[in-house]
Design a protein around this ligand. Structure first.
Ligand code: NAP
Length: 274
């Protein structure tokens, strides 16, 4: 469907944004359902966020995703927020509020849950979970883990950031190894392993129990070396595309009111250029 005066415009704001897979995923969803929508990447430097967000709201944009490094500030700029966005302290989805502003939501937590549930349906229920990292995405993952009754242990290079998320252990090889040995699910929410050739030594997996679930939020084509090491050790592995897919699907449904065409979106993420 071509772009016309009636086309609804949605997009994603971040800095940088050129690497984002969200435009391919959302435009594939519009095509699959024949919706007259288009989704564009919008590069917004941090010092311009405070003018860009009200400007985009005033321009009548139909929906916005928010990515690194704007998620916390986007929440502060919204006129209202869902309980989950307030609890996590960050927004990844902005919805026109009908009054020239945006209301804020966060679909990262539900995206994480659905990504795990579709591969390992009962893995999240009441599990011992080890969370590596305490940044924005770790906050969403911790919220999802707690909401499913997991006992959350967390290790982060900067331990002060981890305090709200669970029982903090040192970000040291021995302590992490011990926690890995008793965890039913291990999640890497650090940016370690991005573009690496070898599994990062800071995230040891040698003691993983076969059958435990290992999730890497970092995505690279063919899987990260860390995730491949987990698979070789007998773990059930889930890469970062699952969460990306399901957070996007949830945002899509909020804006359009339609059920997301998951397979078309998944195929767009698996295309060779993705
Ligand atoms: P963030 O808020 O910047 O947090 C980064 C995290 O990585 C912090 O815990 C940080 O520790 C840790 N870290 C960074 N460099 C490190 C190093 N050299 N050694 C040890 N720890 C290090 O980023 P984020 O938004 O949480 O994203 C984290 C990762 O998840 C990124 O790779 C991102 O692409 C990915 N992600 C994927 C999805 C998805 O849908 N698949 C969604 C969101 C994010 P400190 O606190 O000590 O700095």
């Amino acid at each position: 469907m071509g772009i016309s005066g009636a086309t609804s415009v949605a997009g994603v704001i971040g800095w940088p944004i050129a690497h984002s897979l969200s435009p391919a995923m959302h435009n594939a969803a519009y095509r699959a359902l024949g919706l007259d929508w288009v989704y564009v990447p919008i590069a917004v430097p941090p010092e311009r966020l405070g003018t860009a967000v009200p400007g985009l709201a005033a321009s009548g944009i139909a929906g916005l995703n928010v990515t690194i490094p704007h998620k916390e500030e986007a929440l502060a700029l919204a006129s209202s927020a869902s309980e989950v966005a307030r609890d996590i302290g960050a927004a990844n989805t902005l919805i026109p509020d009908g009054d020239g502003g945006f209301s804020a939501d966060n679909t990262d937590a539900v995206g994480f849950e659905r990504a795990v549930d579709e591969v390992a349906p009962e893995a999240l229920d009441g599990a011992d979970a080890l969370l590596l990292g305490a940044g924005g995405s770790a906050h969403a993952v911790a919220w999802a883990l707690r909401s499913r009754g997991c006992r959350v242990t967390v290790a982060n290079r900067t331990p002060e950031r981890a305090k709200r998320l669970g029982d903090v252990i040192p970000f040291e090889q021995r302590a992490v190894e011990e926690a890995v040995s008793s965890a039913g699910i291990v999640v890497n929410a650090t940016s370690l392993g991005m573009g690496a050739d070898e599994p990062p030594p800071e995230l040891p997996l040698a003691s993983i129990r076969p059958g435990s679930v290992v999730v890497d939020l970092v995505y690279s084509p063919g899987g990260t070396p860390w995730l491949r090491a987990a698979e070789a050790a007998g773990a059930v592995v889930i890469d970062g595309r699952g969460m990306l897919l399901h957070q996007g699907a949830a945002s899509f449904s909020i804006w359009t009111g339609e059920r997301a065409p998951l397979e078309a979106m998944r195929a767009a993420l698996e295309a060779p250029s993705a």
